[in-house]
Each structure stands twice: as C-alpha cells, then as structure tokens.
Design a protein around this ligand. Sequence first.
Ligand code: PGA
Length: 262
Amino acid sequence: MAVNRVPLLAGNWKMNLDHLQAIAFVQKLAWTLKDASHDFDAAEVAVFPPFTDLRSVQTLVAADKLSIAFGAQDLSMHDSGAYTGEISGAFLAQLDCTYVIIGHSERRTLHAEDDTVVAAKTAAAVKHGLVPVVCVGETAEDLEKHGPSAVPVAQLRTALEGLDAGADIVVAYEPVWAIGSGQAATPDQAEQVAAALRDVVREILGDEAATRTRILYGGSVKSSNIAGFMREPNVDGALIGGASLDVNEFSSIVRFQKHVGV
Ligand code: PGA
C-alpha cells in the first residue's frame, strides 16, 4: 500500500442479507468500528448490498451520519427504457451510491458478461458519477496457460478503453480460482498482477490516475491474511466476499493497521 492512497476495504455481500438484515448489520458494523476508534480517513470502509437493501442503507447512513460508503453490485449499461429487470446508474446515483462493482467473475460466468459488456457498464458508471470497481482476474486454466497477468491485463484494457484520461475508478484483481475457495493468492502474486494493472491504468488514464487509483486484491481474504496483502506497494485494499458477512471478522480486516505493522 502506498502512503498517498487511502486503502479501501470493500465488502461484497453478493446475494446475502435482506434490507432488514442490512440495517442491523450496518448498525453493528458502525458501532464496532466506533468502539474500536477506527480512523475512516486512514482506511475507507464500503459495503455492497443487494439492490433491494440500498435505500435502507442510504437512509441509515444519512440519519446516523455514518462514514461507511456503499455501492451496488452491478448496473445496466443503459440509462433508462425497456430493459426489464435492469437498474440504471442514474438510480444508483440518486441513492447516494459512491461505488458500483462491475464485471465480477460471477457476473462474467453466470450471466455471460464479456469484456465488451463490462466496458459499456464501466462507461455507464462513470457517466452517472459512480466510481466503478472494475473486477478482473484469471481462471485456474488461464493461469496455467498464460501466467497470472495476461488475462487480467487484457480484461482491464478493454474495460477502460472508452474512458477519458483521469477517470476515477477502482480496480479489483480477483483470481477466479481464489474466490470463495479458501485458497487466496500469495501477496507476491497479488503484487505482481496489481503492478501490471497499474501500468494499464497509466497507459489509458494517465500518470496522475495511475498514482491515485486504488487496486484491490480479492479472493479468500480474511483477517488472518489481509496483513500480507496490505504490505505490498501496489495493493491498496481488498474486495471481501464471505468474510464481509461477519461483522467482527470484517471489522478486524478493516482494522488491519492495528494488527499488522504496515
Ligand atoms: P471471497 O469473495 O472473499 O468469498 O473469496 C470475494 C469476491 O467474490 O469478491
């Protein structure tokens, strides 16, 4: 983690927690972090609930003036119209979402989202003032055939192609083989790919954006392994799935600076 970038610890809830559970969870998360005197300026915290929870989370965050950011797990590439079941970035912006996850491997695999769709969604997010958290990562087969960086680098290049220089984005490197498997990448592997991804950001969005952009690692992150990732110069946080659904475990990940001497 470089000193000039505020790390981002982002909880991807996937299809878990309804809107009532979301309220209870975010309240408990806020209390736990407050009790621990968490410094939100030193490590940003974001949650990514299902669409149906967002209005409740927005209301809670606004009413209690919480420093927890939130975002959606997907959005439509379109602004409005006859797209049954889709959600516009304009609606997410109205709900005060800061972020939106784009191209998560589960969307790519289970919903056939290819790099062109991911690029269109990334552009839609930026257009609506949302910060896209662009997910890239190789499968075990890609890893064997092409090594760790080739596929994520190609995915990111396509995703960013339509953006203007200086666009505000977050990148999440999530090796598909590490997601939900309990088998995280090593900090070294994450650093190697994160450095290659930063070069892509530099090439397409420019030097300033490359210096500012947070590159997260995701895939079986826990409180017991976050420290190793956060010591790497190009890893600026984590996208956390399973472990983000347990308030104590997620809080412990968020508070990595207290239990790891980075
Ligand atoms: P995991 O999921 O932390 O459960 O491996 C990460 C993700 O899918 O973003």
